[in-house]
Design a protein around this ligand. Structure first.
Ligand code: URP
Ligand code: ZN
Ligand code: ZN
Length: 486
């Protein structure tokens, strides 16, 4: 049975128009007024509402084994939560443990994701290097992965050094894949952590103190310079501070294809949380990079407005308080991660659009369309248009909602946005052409999610490579004039 979304304003990243949307067989079949639809079509009333492409969250960690424990959100609860918040697709990180085969790790994540209730896709992390890894990167690309993440932090665990960055970025360029970085100088973080522990600082405030903005900025600059040297685009995940944003903006002004991704959490929450006398409150906010002071938030919003930052994600990585307690006596052992997959759209709408910073079209760009473009799945995703997947959110810009752990759909026992009242919320979410969220109720089916394959992107890389080729050394042809002795 098809679905007709009637009476709303369709908002795409480039324009808005009054139009109805008819979906069947999982795709959008018509956009316009006075549509002729088959009898029995389910009608969704979108009067007074906006009809937008469903959100895409390009940064999540479902069921991820990390820091001696495992993230408690699974692909079923995580994708259900995202649908309740108007997001219809996520891209999760496959993280091979060092020495583990990339494709074996991709198999594991693919198995876990079989219970997803909505569409998903994968990035793969490069956590070590060998000829086999280099070879398996091609196999990952064949399996629909066009992006590889590199951790510049988590020394002794996931961190890779500059040599691996250079080799892997080079391989990404050959394959037409996009390298991504978690930009923090892991050596500096490690040394700062030791200094703080030696000085007796063991609480969550040590987490913020050990990861100051310049530690992030140094790594972002370094990764950008390595990408420039190799001649490959770069995506900087969870950009949290002004200095890292400036590095990205500078690179873009110099003609480099560098993308920056702030998180909803960094846009709204600040580092004061780490100084709360309530250990559980502070520890449940521990993630990397940490929340920053408010002047950094302003820079991130400015970047979204100016276009120097393109995508808002969540890095949804859910741990219970009982797991956070692994670091009760030592902040370096608190599992790093926070949630937000359900709240992302509400928070960005409320603090972005209602404040006048972003237009509704820009909201669509930073929550959906830019992500689809950067990861090469546009216009299958990220657009309300004929032929695109019927992944939609009917947005009520007047609905108010107070965010709370008591009402969220995540398995987390904390919500980092607890108590914040937002205006603007999803009235209906449509996934694969089916109404899955309506009137505060989820109607989802375990296993209905599909793995969205993302092809490599040759044309962009060819252009980038040409820019870089001008700076490559060529052997200089010289004529040697031998002096004749008289
Ligand atoms: O603290 C975070 N961000 N945890 C998830 C892993 C990562 O660094 O992305
Ligand atoms: Zn990270
Ligand atoms: Zn992450």
């Amino acid at each position: 049975m098809g679905v007709l979304i009637r009476g709303g304003t369709v908002v795409n990243a480039d324009r808005s128009e009054r139009a109805d949307v008819y979906c069947s067989d999982g795709v959008i079949k018509a956009v316009g007024t006075g549509l002729d639809v088959p009898a029995g079509t389910e009608v969704v009333d979108a009067g007074g509402a906006l009809v937008m492409p469903g959100g895409i969250d390009p940064h999540t960690h479902m069921e991820m084994p990390f820091m001696g424990t495992r993230a408690i959100e699974d692909f079923e609860s995580g994708t259900a939560s995202m649908l309740a918040g108007g997001t219809t697709m996520l891209i999760d990180f496959v993280i091979p443990s060092p020495q583990q085969s990339l494709t074996a790790a991709l198999d594991d994540w693919s198995d876990w994701a079989k219970k997803a209730v909505a569409d998903y896709s994968f990035h793969v992390a490069i956590t070590w290097w060998s000829e086999r890894v280099e070879q398996q990167m091609a196999e990952c690309v064949d399996r629909g992965v066009n992006s590889f993440k590199h951790f510049m932090a988590y020394k002794g665990a996931l961190m890779v050094d500059d040599e691996i960055l250079f080799k892997s970025f080079t391989r990404c360029r050959e394959l037409g894949a996009l390298p991504m970085v978690h930009a923090e100088n892991g050596d500096a973080v490690y040394l700062l952590q030791q200094q703080l522990l030696n000085a007796g600082i063991t609480g969550p405030e040590g987490h913020a103190l050990s990861r100051p903005p310049h530690v992030e900025a140094e790594a972002a600059n370094r990764a950008i310079m390595i990408a420039q040297t190799v001649g490959v685009p770069l995506y900087v995940v969870h950009t949290s501070c002004r200095e890292a944003h400036e590095a990205i903006a500078r690179a873009r002004a110099a003609g480099l294809r560098v993308y920056g991704e702030p998180l909803a959490q960094h846009l709204v929450l600040d580092e004061s949380v780490y100084y709360s006398p309530d250990w559980e409150f502070a520890a449940s906010r521990v993630m990397s990079p940490p929340f920053r002071t408010k002047d950094h938030q302003k820079s991130l919003w400015d970047g979204l407005v100016a276009g120097s930052l393109q995508v808002v994600a969540t890095d949804h990585c859910a741990f219970l308080i009982s797991q956070k307690k692994m670091g009760l006596d030592n902040f370096t052992k608190i599992p790093n991660g926070t949630g937000g997959i359900e709240e992302r759209l509400k928070v960005v709408w409320h603090f972005g659009v209602n404040s006048g910073r972003l237009t509704p079209e820009e909201f669509v760009a930073v929550t959906s369309t830019n992500c689809a473009r950067i990861y090469n799945i546009y216009p299958q995703k990220g657009r309300v248009g004929v032929g695109s997947d019927a992944d939609l959110v009917v947005w009520d810009p007047k609905a108010t909602h107070t965010i709370s752990q008591k009402t969220h759909h995540s398995r987390m026992d904390v919500n980092v946005f607890e108590g914040i009242t937002v205006t603007g919320a999803p009235k209906v979410t449509v996934s694969q052409g089916k109404v899955v969220w309506k009137d505060g109720q989820l109607d989802v089916t375990r296993g209905h999610g599909r793995n969205v394959k993302r092809p490599p992107f040759a044309p962009v890389f060819e252009a980038q490579a040409k820019v870089n080729d001008r700076t490559r050394p060529h052997p200089v042809k010289r004529t040697v004039h031998l002096q004749q002795t008289p």
